[in-house]
Design a protein around this ligand. Structure first.
Ligand code: HSE
Length: 344
């Protein structure tokens, strides 16, 4: 049995779902793959819980029920405040899981945490997009130089291994990637079309199901979709800058706009486009005929069309809900555990 120690940094919706998922799946995973996943530390912005030999299933389940920013309450293992350096002084992880919220100005705290982990010789799995969007090359070079990997399939189409597929299409020249990449705004628009509620009501529902960013303006101002385009652009080797992505805000959409579209047999969608031939990228509100395949993609589903010189592919799958994103994070952890040599 290979034991894999993981630290979880960030304990919001995805963090709690991940810890719960490990508690439910750990036994099956060890039987199926011979890998024992040991969560040895879990931290949020207020505190940290540490157990060097790894939390057991019951403890993980209890931990996953804590409120947001509540890890400091997890007695007797928790305490308030602890820097990443202090955590690494106490435990020796094989994999660092970065689930802190995205900050597209500084990339922090994820940027510092990820570099810290890599410099300690630890593989990284991140669902936080911002460090990759702002510092992709630096992070990847740092990892490569140390024979480490940074996996991030949860960052785009959270619950769907789209980036894994895209990254494997190495012989292709990707010309265009276009689709619905933000679950929150797609959910808002679907609610407005189906239940004829206004924007604010729909946003509240999106927040209640745990799919919106900690700061929902990142979703509705298009930052999240734009950030995903940046990550896609790096994966296909043609990086673009976040600032160069044109963003139209969804917040200006009214119920009247939706009703106007419906009357004309159309639906409104918030579409992100990376046009690599014309070197442009944008996130816009688009009117689409209701028969169009993108018009059928509703709720928290994401969809993306990839056009290369040789083919055109269409992916549909779950976006960033907490449970499906937790699965993607766990899949990355298992990829590293099975494909990469972990220290023990
Ligand atoms: N807030 C994001 C979304 C979460 O709604 O798509 C997943 O990236």
């Amino acid at each position: 049995m290979k034991n894999v120690n993981v630290v979880v940094i960030g304990f919001g919706n995805v963090g709690r779902a991940f810890v719960k998922l490990v508690s439910l799946k750990r036994k099956t995973i060890s039987e199926k793959y011979g890998v024992n996943i040991s969560i040895v530390a879990v931290a949020d912005s207020r505190g940290v819980a540490i157990k060097k030999e790894g939390f057991d299933e019951y403890e993980m389940l209890k931990m996953s029920e804590l409120p947001r920013s509540g890890i400091y309450m997890f007695s007797p293992y928790a305490r308030q405040g602890a820097s990443i350096k202090e955590i690494y002084e106490e435990v020796e992880p094989d994999i660092h899981i970065e689930l802190t919220p995205a900050n597209y100005v500084s990339g922090e705290p994820g940027y510092t945490n990820i570099l810290f982990a890599l410099r300690k010789g630890v593989h990284v799995v991140t669902a936080n997009k911002a460090p990759l969007v702002l510092h992709y090359n630096e992070i990847m070079n740092e990892a490569r130089a140390r024979g480490l990997v940074v996996k991030f399939r949860a960052t785009v189409m959270g619950g769907t291994p789209f980036l894994e597929m895209l990254g494997s299409m190495k012989s292709h020249e990707v010309e265009k990637v276009e689709g619905i990449l933000n679950a929150t705004t797609n959910y808002i628009l679907s609610e407005m079309h189906e239940n004829l509620i206004d924007f604010d009501q729909a946003l509240k529902k999106a927040q209640a199901i745990g799919v919106a960013e900690a700061d929902p303006s990142l979703d509705i101002e298009g930052f999240d979709a734009a950030a995903k385009l940046c990550i896609v652009s790096n994966v296909v080797g043609k990086p673009i800058d976040l600032k160069s992505v044109y963003r139209e805000s969804l917040s200006k959409i009214t119920l009247k706009d939706v009703l106007d579209a419906i009357r004309q047999g159309q639906v409104l969608k918030y579409v992100a486009t990376l046009d690599l031939q014309n070197k442009s990228a944008f996130v816009k509100i688009v009117r689409i005929p209701k028969e169009n395949i993108l018009a059928q993609v509703n709720g928290t589903l994401n969809a993306v069309r990839v056009k290369t010189e040789a083919t055109e592919l269409f992916f549909v799958g779950k976006g960033g809900g907490r449970i499906e994103t937790a699965h993607s994070v766990l899949d990355d952890v298992l990829f590293i555990s099975l494909e990469k040599v972990v220290k023990k």
